[in-house]
Design a protein around this ligand. Structure first.
Ligand code: MRU
Length: 355
């Protein structure tokens, strides 16, 4: 479906991570090369790569960069260094759990390798890490595909879907989460419209979702965030699809700021509200959404657009990047493992313990 790569590892263990620079879209399609952990940290922090699954996949490769940075050490010392760099990468963004999930998985891979091969060369450790990072990438592609298949039936034929932020191909290694059912419906020749919220302050909807859907030939209409309620009242929206950055054990879901009010509007207008997310976005250690850490972003993201001031100098700003939608407002969570309707702790536990 997508004719670009959100991220890809180029070369062997001495290679690097190439990213589509999402800060530049839609004006410019450019790619950047991350050859150091620091470069990747900056790319995540400044949203050159963004979206929970893509951040997780990028972090996996980040550990391969960390391993490169200690290639002249013994394998055991390299593992110590990898742990430090993983802790550093973990500080880049706090909300998307995929980041921590991928870093944990890579640390475990390093530990397992060293336990099983105490006398191995550092290069062998690096090969095993690159294989694991590539596995995370491939699994993400597969998860997106299955979310698409599982969610396609909820895309209303002849109707319209509203989406918020960008949970498309740009946010994953594959075709996206919230947008995967939309791409699948297009493949099945279903006719429908998509409304994309512009998604202030960083405009992921306008800059990325509108770009991505238009590229794919999907009928997309851009709206300002504050227009969603009116459209719902006018009967123009038949379903809402968003992604998630972290889903607690009871189904409460953190996603881009503005998702929670949409869920309330959806309830008030009797419109189904779907969250699409892979299992790597669930944080079953958290009982509910109250303990999901919410990232606070710099004030300039609100006071400026493209470096042009739109607010008085030194005005106080509140800029949380995410909000939490309570499980009771979610019609269903679409995962690669299946669909959890009216999600709750019991149903979520069940889907994760099934073979
Ligand atoms: O700040 P961002 O752009 O990383 O926020 C992204 C979102 O909120 C997405 O909806 C979420 O990560 C799901 S992406 C498949």
């Amino acid at each position: 479906m997508k004719n670009f790569k959100t991220l890809q590892w180029i070369g062997d263990i001495n290679g690097f991570l190439k990213l589509t620079d999402q800060r530049k879209l839609p004006e410019e399609f450019t790619e950047i090369e991350c050859k150091t952990v620091q470069q990747l940290y900056d790319a995540i922090k400044t949203l050159a790569v963004r979206g929970a699954p893509a951040i997780g996949v990028a972090a996996g490769f980040g550990i391969c960069l960390a391993a490169q940075e200690s290639k002249n050490s013994t394998a055991a010392d390299s593992v110590k260094n990898i742990r430090k760099k993983a802790d550093y990468l973990a500080q880049s963004r706090p909300t998307a759990v995929n980041l921590f999930w991928a870093l944990e998985r890579m640390k475990k891979t390093a530990d397992k390798f060293i336990t099983e091969n105490p006398n191995a060369e550092t290069n062998d450790l690096r090969k095993s890490l690159l294989a694991e990072a590539q596995k995370i990438y491939d699994e993400d592609v597969e998860m997106c595909h299955n979310i698409g298949i599982n969610g396609e039936k909820f895309v209303p034929a002849g109707g319209a879907v509203l989406t918020h932020c960008n949970a498309g191909a740009l946010a994953t290694a594959g075709d996206g989460t919230a947008l995967a059912p939309i791409f699948e419906a297009q493949k099945n020749s279903k006719k429908f419209k998509v409304y994309a919220d512009e998604t202030r302050p960083l405009l992921q909807g306008a800059r990325l979702t509108a770009w991505e859907l238009a590229q794919a030939g999907i009928d997309v209409t851009l709206i300002c965030d504050n227009m969603a309620g009116t459209l719902m009242k006018q009967g123009k929206i038949n379903a809402i699809f968003t992604g998630a950055d972290r889903i607690a054990a009871n189904g409460d879901a953190a996603n881009k700021i503005g998702t929670y009010p949409l869920s309330i509007l959806a309830k008030a207008h009797n419109i189904p509200f779907y969250i699409a997310a892979p299992s790597s976005t669930f944080d079953l250690k958290l009982k509910n959404g109250d303990s999901i850490p919410i990232e606070q972003r710099p004030p300039q993201e609100v006071t400026m657009i493209k470096n042009i001031p739109i607010a008085p100098d030194r005005i106080k700003v509140y800029n949380p990047a995410f909000d939490v939608t309570p499980a009771e407002n979610i019609t269903a969570i679409i995962t690669e493992k299946g669909v959890i309707t009216q999600p709750n702790a019991e149903k979520i536990k069940k889907i994760f313990t099934q073979a």
